[in-house]
Design a protein around this ligand. Structure first.
Ligand SMILES: NC(=O)c1ccc[n+]([C@@H]2O[C@H](COP(=O)([O-])OP(=O)(O)OC[C@H]3O[C@@H](n4cnc5c(N)ncnc54)[C@H](OP(=O)(O)O)[C@@H]3O)[C@@H](O)[C@H]2O)c1
Length: 305
């Protein structure tokens, strides 16, 4: 493997991109990052130059990718909000792909989602499906990783389930709760990402952990390890959404989107492929139960404030 080569990681000061960056640096490689948050604290200091996305300036965007061998793309939005819609995120990602091609980048490692579908009625999954096709058509060598829910210290979903279980006497599950979820550890996703970057051939791979839970089981497991005494109840999805909006109002955040519930209930957070991650969620939650969910993690706080 070549050392000292330059990689670009989008969101190295964010979540998954940070773990990918850490691995690349440990391997002796160079990393520059693209971000929308230039003023956020850079955990890598002078080791990683942080540059703006420049989605409104394709020439500057291509210049920031010049000399890079591999682009690790984590860029995406969880929901349409304010000035950034799913359509914008698709357009911006296509601009990033074109810039990578013109800058001579050899490989893209693109983080997608399990079960993407360009024809889905759910905009998250539709956008991801459209972008996978754009990656395949980009002329770049590619590796596409499709995670389910990524758990780890900075994760929002699992953390906030734990926070809700700690904070309120009741935890409402949308619908029957017997739909499935197959979480994957953020370190495993990062390791897979740097490994697939070395593959000569193009690859599309689900990034999924070794355990599958029903949502009911997941909530009970988290409740046990954070020592929650909340009553876990199944309620109609509309009521669960209404309650999540109330919590969102209190926390000035968006806790849960209707489309996310639809994706969950449709079993889109589970894969039919062989697991590619090895860290067991049940072990991790047991080891981290003391601190998990002690503070609320805000999606809007992270990306919009
Ligand atoms: N987290 C999960 O459970 C999960 C599950 C399945 C798939 N994925 C996929 O994995 C990738 C990484 O996810 P992550 O949770 O690790 O993301 P993240 O680090 O929070 O964000 C990844 C990148 O997207 C940018 N971004 C995110 N939301 C944005 C917004 N609203 N407006 C503008 N830019 C925004 C971030 O910008 P900044 O650099 O400015 O922060 C960052 O560069 C994404 O493609 C996601 O779809 C995540």
């Amino acid at each position: 493997m070549e050392h000292h080569r330059l990689n670009i990681v989008t969101g190295a000061t964010g979540y998954t991109g940070k773990y990918i960056t850490r691995r690349l640096l440990a391997m002796g490689q160079q990393v520059n990052s693209l971000t929308g948050h230039l003023s956020r604290e850079n955990p890598f200091g002078a080791q990683v130059a942080v540059l703006p996305f420049n989605f409104d300036n394709p020439k500057a965007l291509a210049e920031s990718l010049q000399g890079a061998t591999t682009l690790y793309n984590t860029y995406w939005v969880r929901f349409s909000h304010g000035m950034v819609t799913f359509d914008d995120a698709v357009k911006n990602t296509k601009m990033l792909l074109a810039a990578a091609r013109s800058a001579g980048v050899r490989k893209i490692v693109h983080i997608s989602i399990a079960n993407p579908d360009a024809n889905s009625a759910l905009p998250y999954y539709r956008g991801k499906g459209l972008l996978e096709q754009a990656v395949m058509d980009s002329g770049l060598s590619y590796a596409i990783l499709r995670p389910t829910v990524i758990f780890g210290p900075e994760d929002i979903l699992v953390n906030n389930i734990a926070w809700l279980l700690r904070t309120f006497p009741l935890f409402a599950i949308a619908g029957s709760g017997d739909y499935q979820i197959q979480p994957v550890f953020v370190e495993d996703v990062a390791e897979l990402a740097v490994k697939v970057a070395e593959r000569e051939e193009n690859v599309v791979l689900d990034a999924v952990g070794p355990e599958i839970f029903t949502f009911n089981e997941l909530a009970k497991l988290i409740a046990k390890h954070v020592k929650s005494r909340a009553r876990i109840v199944q309620v109609p999805p509309r009521l669960a959404l209404l309650l999540s909006r109330l919590v969102g109002y209190l926390m000035r955040d968006v806790v849960l989107m209707e489309e996310e519930v639809e994706g969950l209930v449709a079993n889109l957070l589970v894969s039919s492929s062989t697991p590619t991650g090895w860290t067991q969620f049940s072990d991790w939650v047991e080891r981290n139960g003391r601190t998990l969910g002690t503070r609320y993690s805000s999606e809007l706080g992270r990306h919009y404030r």
